[in-house]
Design a protein around this ligand. Structure first.
Ligand SMILES: [Zn+2]
Length: 208
């Protein structure tokens, strides 16, 4: 019995020493890093001064410019129509658009400032009497490979390529009874909506 207790005590002591040494090592490492940093990082704004210079925008006639402080404040928003990132694997704009590669970060001057994920959810549901619809996203080079979407289920069935929503007329009453739907059930008159003339048609590749 005695040797067992003794060896156990020895093991406990050695473990305590190990932990203590590890602790002191970690402490001294952190400590040294702070003391020996010859060039401490300055707290500078991430946005370049180029935002203060007026620049032309494609879709507006007025020139764009913003103060560095304002730009730094706006940099954390993802898009004009979206405050936060939409995927856990997505690098937030504040992190992604940093460093010397990114000059002139005024949101309105970007080629596609609006977040598509928000725009697609403004598209009203395309109602159909068919059990299946086809979506090619608009056809031609603007579209995507044509896929067929089954709308049998009492839910909004969206295109897995472009996100356009489709639903069967049979389920209209059920869908209208829901408190919230991911897409508006009727046109809301928003600018992002695809015009009525381009909606589901009978022609080949004409559904969008
Ligand atoms: Zn589509």
């Amino acid at each position: 019995m005695l040797p067992t207790i003794r060896s156990r005590a020895a093991w406990q002591i050695s473990k305590r020493i190990q932990t203590a040494s590890r602790r002191s090592y970690a402490f001294s490492a952190n400590d040294q890093q702070e003391i020996n940093d010859p060039t401490p990082q300055k707290d500078v704004p991430n946005v370049s001064k180029t935002n203060e210079l007026p620049t032309e925008a494609v879709h507006t006639s007025t020139s764009l410019q913003e103060k560095t402080e304002d730009a730094e404040h706006r940099r954390v928003t993802q898009a004009p129509n979206r405050a936060v990132a939409w995927s856990r694997s997505q690098n937030p704009r504040a992190k992604a658009m940093s460093g010397p590669r990114f000059e002139q970060t005024i949101m309105e001057a970007q080629p596609a400032p609006q977040a598509a994920i928000t725009l697609i959810h403004q598209q009203p549901v395309r109602w159909t009497h068919e059990r299946m619809v086809a979506c090619d996203g608009g056809g031609g080079p603007l579209g995507h490979p044509r896929i067929f979407i089954n709308v049998d289920k009492p839910q909004i069935c969206m295109c897995t390529y472009c996100g356009l929503p489709f639903a069967n007329e049979h389920h209209r009453a059920h869908l209208e009874s829901l408190h919230t739907t991911p897409y508006p059930l009727e046109p809301q008159g928003k600018a992002a909506e695809v015009p009525e003339s381009q909606r589901i048609t009978d022609e080949a590749l004409g559904q969008r």
